[in-house]
Design a protein around this ligand. Structure first.
Ligand SMILES: *Cc1c(COP(=O)(O)O)cnc(C)c1O
Length: 359
């Protein structure tokens, strides 16, 4: 006999991680190419000696370090096993079956999955023609069943950025009982245009008790493999998150690595300047080769290749570069080291052009 699970899970897609194969350059998962700093590796190695003990479920030291770094009291901070688990916890604390979660589409692949797993209903609002969030349409999608709205800024996978003014106008219009999650996984790569304010969720959330800011150690801090992220929110929401939190899911190595990475923040954040410079270089080279490439404020670029995206990603893989394909929509290219980006550009500016339909 087949064990019985919820029938609705049949229709829930499994999360598809970026592919990789030996010898290939992996530009598929928005990771950093450089490994953790020596100081971080040492801290992790030392913490390994204590693995016979459970981790600190309250993450006391990590909360203190985050509080000092962000200038936010510890009762406004929650940590999670990657910020994706905080996304999941947010759905759990806001939604009963049939309640609605609004997000832009295309955006982070995890949103529809965690929404469906909670038995809530996803309301996907198509992006604007220039691949950004359509905030007006997202407001218009609010109903009396809406409990949560994800705003991904910069947006994964399109790289688009909402300005501070756009975000503030949006938040002013959202009813205060609806939780808005500003997912800032790529915040450290944002470089606003001259004269534009940095759309810093922590500042924007001030005085707005329904706004949660999500950040992660997986991207700019280079710790994707150890799984730790954090949320900054009203203390009442932090308490709610703690109720659905899987106990001990932020392990002791992750807590130690995050603390050591915060201590090395200036050095790690300096690395983002190199990525941003490479992002602009690759953007210019692709544009010159005839590609349409929206401006990006993250560590990746979006190629809206439509029906050609799968063939493009397959051809790139043949050439030794693994990209992320979104069939029928586009291909996402992570910005890596200069030599990795060169390998991708070599493909994209030669045989890739034909696959992309550039004549
Ligand atoms: C990568 C990413 C995350 C979080 O990743 P974790 O590794 O779970 O911290 C969250 N949101 C978006 C949009 C991302 O791209």
């Amino acid at each position: 006999m087949t064990p019985r699970t919820r029938p609705d899970l049949e229709s829930v897609p499994a999360y598809v991680p970026g592919r990789s194969f030996p010898g290939a350059v992996k530009l598929a998962s928005n990771e950093t190419t450089l490994g953790p700093l020596p100081s971080v590796r040492e801290a992790i190695a030392e913490a390994a000696a204590g693995l016979n003990r459970y981790p600190d479920n309250g993450a006391t030291e990590l909360l203190a370090a985050l509080s000092a770094r962000l200038g936010v009291p510890t009762d406004r901070i929650a940590v999670g096993c990657g910020s994706v688990s905080l996304c999941q916890e947010l759905v759990q604390v806001t939604c009963n079956a049939g309640d609605e979660v609004i997000f832009a589409w295309r955006s982070f692949e995890a949103y529809p999955i965690i929404t469906a797993v909670a038995g809530a209903t996803a309301v996907k609002v198509p992006n604007t023609p220039d691949h950004g969030h359509d905030l007006k349409a997202m407001l218009a999608a609010i109903t009396d069943r809406t409990r949560l709205i994800f705003v991904c800024n910069p947006n994964n996978p399109t790289g688009s950025l909402l300005s501070r003014a756009e975000l503030e106008e949006f938040l002013d219009a959202v009813p205060e009982h609806i939780v808005v999650a500003l997912d800032e996984a790529y915040f450290e790569y944002v470089r606003p245009a001259p004269g534009e304010d940095l759309p810093d969720g922590l500042e924007i959330a001030e005085g707005r008790s329904n706004v949660v800011v999500l950040r992660t150690f997986s991207k700019a801090y280079g710790l994707a493999g150890i799984r730790v992220g954090y949320a900054v929110a009203d203390p009442s929401l932090v308490t709610a998150l703690s109720k659905v939190h899987t106990p001990f899911s932020v392990n002791s190595l992750a807590q130690t690595a995050a603390i050591a990475s915060l201590a090395a923040a200036p050095e790690l954040l300096a690395r983002t300047d190199g990525i941003v410079a490479e992002r602009e270089r690759v953007h210019a080279a692709l544009t010159a080769a005839g590609y349409e490439v929206p401006e990006s404020n993250a560590n990746f670029l979006w190629l809206p290749l439509g029906e050609r995206s799968a063939a493009f990603a397959d051809a790139a893989a043949e050439a030794g570069v693994v990209l992320r394909n979104f069939t029928g929509e586009g291909t996402r290219v992570t910005i890596g080291d200069p030599h990795e980006n060169d390998l991708f550009l070599d493909f994209a500016t030669k045989q890739g052009r034909e696959v992309a339909g550039i004549v």
